[in-house]
Design a protein around this ligand. Structure first.
Ligand code: NAD
Ligand code: DAU
Length: 342
């Protein structure tokens, strides 16, 4: 692997992935293409931004001319597409940016990659494309696609384009589908960093509905190692699921967070449920374990404690985010103002 294009590298998982690859593979040069939406934060990679093996190109994956220019600068050995609108609640407020970036952006990346005969393409997808489980069973790579939110529908459409490009053009693409990530640099609109930020200010934690919805949590570095394994060893045309084998109801997780923070459960506030809220996600990741030699390594409570420490030591990072556009989103989503952090 020499020159790898990573899209969405200023977001949560993309920045962790770039740092992971940059640290573990001295032979790699990484070009990060990111539009810098509200979720894109160059601060996430401030520690490597001046290094000669890292290059940042600000731009939109829907912009064909921009992509052609960046791709043509030097041969590209692989593309890993993380760029997306990623938050389910925002997709319920307005699905337009999701359709544009997640579907049209993927199509543009596929076309440019095919045109320049890029030898490997990884589409970073999600377990949400499989829809929702009842109280038992697991998503496998064979589970029928049945997305329920505008976000997951747009990710599914992208996956189907990738599948079709492989089938029609023999395009060398793999798809990865992962469960809920947690860890450093996650934007504080998602459950864990939002609840950490609120609890630190003794503000209420808005649990949707009854709190009985179940998610399967995986540390972001375990996901990054999975994407790397799919990049290096994944068989074109194949799909690989990644998960943490760590299921919690949202209420159980919220109580665990409060216990680790030493905060009272009275901070829990049950609020109106997310429309169409998927009940349960749980991943069977045995294919990745058997075929890629991958397995999740970070024990959940240890990873969560480290994540809490990271957010406590990086309050300024959260404070920078909790300004501007995010304040307006918070007011709209939760019907209350985000208090000042200082
Ligand atoms: P994120 O919202 O933190 O980051 C997304 C990044 O993409 C941001 O840096 C943003 O600026 C960039 N971006 C958005 N639109 C763009 C465009 N048009 N052109 C270029 N860049 C653009 O997202 P995340 O949580 O890091 O998720 C990354 C990927 O992983 C997404 O594809 C998501 O669907 C997938 N995924 C996420 C999770 C999870 O738990 N967060 C789990 C499974 C899969
Ligand atoms: O499963 C993978 C997916 O995980 C990714 O594809 C998405 O990009 C990522 O955002 C995440 O989706 P979720 O909707 O599961 O994550 P979120 O953190 O938004 O919510 C987790 C659970 O917590 C979900 O059941 C909704 C609930 N929730 C969330 C928020 C933000 C609350 O109860 N209150 C909240 O304020």
């Amino acid at each position: 692997m020499k020159r790898i294009i990573v899209t969405g590298g200023c977001g949560f998982i993309g920045s962790n992935f770039i740092r992971h690859l940059w640290t573990t593979d001295p032979g790699v040069t990484i070009v990060n293409i990111d539009k810098l939406t509200y979720a894109g934060n160059p601060e996430n990679l401030a520690d490597i931004e001046d290094d000669s093996r890292y290059e940042f190109q600000q731009g939109d994956i829907c912009d064909r001319e921009f992509l052609e220019r960046v791709f043509a600068e030097q041969p590209v050995d692989a593309v890993v597409n993380f760029a997306a609108e990623s938050h389910v609640d925002r997709s319920i407020l307005d699905s337009g940016p999701f359709v544009r970036t997640n579907i049209v952006g993927t199509q543009q990346l596929l076309d440019v990659s095919r045109q320049l005969e890029v030898p490997k393409y990884v589409q970073v997808s999600t377990d949400e494309v499989y829809g929702s489980l009842g109280s038992d069973g697991y998503f496998t790579e064979e589970t029928p696609l049945a997305p329920n939110s505008p976000y997951s529908a747009s990710k599914t459409a992208a996956d189907l384009l990738v599948r079709a490009y492989h089938h029609t053009f023999d395009f060398p693409a793999v798809i990865t589908r992962c469960s809920n990530n947690y860890g450093p640099y996650q934007f504080p609109e998602k459950l864990i960093p939002l609840f950490l930020a609120n609890a630190q200010k003794d503000e209420s934690l808005p649990v949707y509905g009854t709190g009985n919805n179940v998610r399967d949590w995986i540390h972001v570095l375990d996901h990054c190692r999975g994407v790397e394994a799919a990049l290096r060893q994944g068989c074109p045309g194949e799909v690989y699921n990644f998960g943490g084998r760590t299921e919690f109801t949202n209420l159980e997780l919220t109580k665990l967070l409060l216990r680790l923070l030493g905060k009272p459960e009275s901070l829990i506030r049950f609020v109106t449920d997310r429309p169409g809220h998927d009940l349960r996600y749980a991943i069977d990741c045995s294919k990745a374990e058997n075929e890629l030699g991958w397995k999740p390594q970070v024990p959940f409570e240890q990873g969560l404690r480290e994540t809490i420490d990271w957010y406590q030591q990086n309050r300024q990072w959260v404070e920078h985010i909790q300004s501007g556009e995010y304040r307006e989103y918070y007011q709209r989503q939760y019907g209350q103002r985000l208090s000042s952090t200082s």
